[in-house]
Ligand binder design. Structure first.
Ligand code: MSP
Length: 505
């Protein structure tokens, strides 16, 4: 247990579209890590929110026939609803149209100007509104952005950030901080991109109005990415970098992002931070993209997955577990209903649900709704009980590296060990042949189920609460610090109810 701070962020989501599987995915992952660190006694700040300025959002508001502010106020509610419906434990929800953000973005801009990092010129080049990104001629693929988005030729007065000057400092920074970009493969991509040389970055737009005006030149609004990235420091109280919150959390920051926006976070953002006299964030982790039944997800294909519907149909823990377990965090993955159902039935209903249900129901009936008192332990009992310390060491290490799928695997290995122990020890037969041994076996199982109830709390919080409620574990004894406690003989068991129903087609 440690009281070290932990700051975790999701990207702030564009409000032009409603939440989809991609936006829900990052927040689920961030929520798992935030909960894990809190359970481990760390002081956590978990930030999510919405990116509300820029040409794309302005255009969507125009298409909807409403003024941009009313549009973003409405759309933002869908993302706030995600926190409510999905029990996200974010400590803050930032909107880039809030006054606190305007103040921070302006102060950040001033710092760049004061440090001689900004100059005025004319931008002539390609721009993709969908990506909110500038592209050089040699980046285009068959007349489109490398992402497949349409581009348009733009010529407008613009302020520029002297990004090219930061090529070598960035390379030095990556070298000194080998864990700054993860996974490793992505780090290599970023390093080669930077090695190929960086061009100065256009950081303002003057052909539309929906943005934060450039201080001192209201004909320009800040480029949406340069305005949005500082949201991560706005939430910590920037420009007051001496504040307790900023001092405590900024040095421990982890940005979770999708692979498509890694360049903004791992190149532009650390360069901007250094240019503004700030230490860059501690780490940026890029996750992969989901396809749907083998196909790229897109509005035009009509195969966008609505996370609210999915959770409504299959359950919150079920969807959360599937997203975290099915695909190695960092890799691309395919979503399929069959795979979701398989995971629910095998890992959740069979492995975890059945384990808890059959042990607790049997103990409830056989031992008068109380935990039995154990007798002398045998080697098999001790072997199962001894799995906890190395498992915790492993889980902490995996969480520190955002290997969420492996965290699930490691916990489920303990669940499988319990199931094998039951098969070998046959507590139901012991009832007749050796009730004293049955008491010991049940005690071991119940205590390990209590540990499992605590261990799964970050992955499937609903099931965790049910398990620990059935075992009448007080609310303040449900953290990792309580794992080593032992449940006492005579402790009550509440009447067990099923945790994960099987899905029958
Ligand atoms: N507003 C910017 C982020 C600014 S952060 C300072 C943005 N917003 S977004 O709404 O487009 O967010 C998209 C997030 O969803 C990205 O992290 C992106 O990788 C993720 N995904 C979008 N589609 C996805 C999948 N099909 N699969 C997984 N994640 C995907 O970008």
């Amino acid at each position: 247990m440690t009281d070290k701070a932990f700051y975790i962020t999701t990207p702030i989501y564009y409000v032009n579209a409603e939440p989809h599987i991609g936006t829900a995915y990052t927040t689920f992952a961030a929520d798992v890590l935030a909960r894990f660190m809190r359970l481990d006694g760390r002081s956590v700040y978990f930030l999510t929110g919405t990116d509300e300025h820029g040409q794309k959002v302005e255009k969507s508001a125009q298409d909807a026939g409403i003024d941009p502010q009313t549009f973003v106020d409405q759309q933002c509610e869908h993302f706030k609803r995600m926190s409510d419906k999905f029990d996200f434990t974010n400590d803050d929800f930032i909107r880039t149209t809030e006054p606190r953000h305007k103040k921070a973005a302006e102060a950040f801009w001033h710092k760049l100007v004061d440090n001689g990092q900004i100059y005025k010129d004319v931008y002539k080049g390609w721009y993709s509104v969908r990506d909110e990104s500038f592209y050089a001629e040699d980046e285009l693929v068959e007349g489109k952005a490398p992402t497949g988005a349409d581009v348009a030729w733009v010529e407008e007065p613009s302020y520029f950030f002297k990004l090219s000057e930061w090529t070598q400092p960035l390379l030095d920074f990556y070298e000194k901080n080998p864990d700054f970009i993860a996974p490793k493969g992505r780090r290599n991509e970023v390093v080669s991109f930077v090695k190929s040389g960086l061009r100065d970055l256009s950081v303002s737009r003057s052909s539309f109005k929906w943005g934060i005006p450039v201080p001192g030149d209201p004909d320009h609004v800040m480029y949406v990415w340069v305005e949005a990235l500082p949201n991560y420091i706005t939430a910590l109280g920037y420009p007051d970098v001496e504040s307790e919150k900023f001092q405590k959390f900024w040095a421990e920051s982890l940005h979770l992002v999708g692979k498509d926006i890694l360049r903004f976070h791992a190149v532009y953002w650390p360069a901007l931070c250094m240019a503004a006299g700030l230490t860059p964030p501690k780490r940026v982790f890029a996750h992969g993209w989901w396809t749907n039944e083998g196909q790229k997800i897109s509005k035009s294909l009509g195969n966008v997955i609505n996370p609210f519907d999915l959770v409504e149909t299959y359950g919150l823990d079920q969807v959360r577990y599937f997203l975290m377990r099915e695909v190695p965090f960092g890799s691309d993955g395919d979503f399929s209903l069959q795979a979701l159902k398989n995971r629910i039935n095998s890992d959740l209903a069979n492995d975890l649900g059945n384990l808890v249900q059959r042990v607790l129901s049997f103990a409830f009936k056989t031992c008068d709704a109380k935990v039995p008192t154990p007798n002398a332990f045998e080697d098999v009992d001790i072997a199962l009980l001894d799995q906890l310390p190395p498992l915790m060491t492993k889980l902490r290490e995996l969480a520190d590296h955002q290997e969420i799928h492996k965290m699930c695997e490691a916990i489920w290995a303990l669940i499988s060990a319990c199931n094998r122990y039951i098969d070998a020890q046959q507590p139901w037969s012991l009832k007749k042949t050796d009730p004293e041994r049955m008491n010991t076996v049940l005690w071991v199982l119940i205590d390990v189920i209590r540990q499992i109830g605590i261990l799964v709390a970050s992955i499937v919080p609903g099931a965790s609460a049910k398990i620990l409620d059935q075992l009448a574990i007080p609310m303040d004894e449900r953290t990792f610090a309580h794992l080593e406690h032992k449940i006492q003989g005579g402790h009550p068991i509440h009447e067990p109810t099923g945790i994960f129903p099987r899905i029958v087609d």
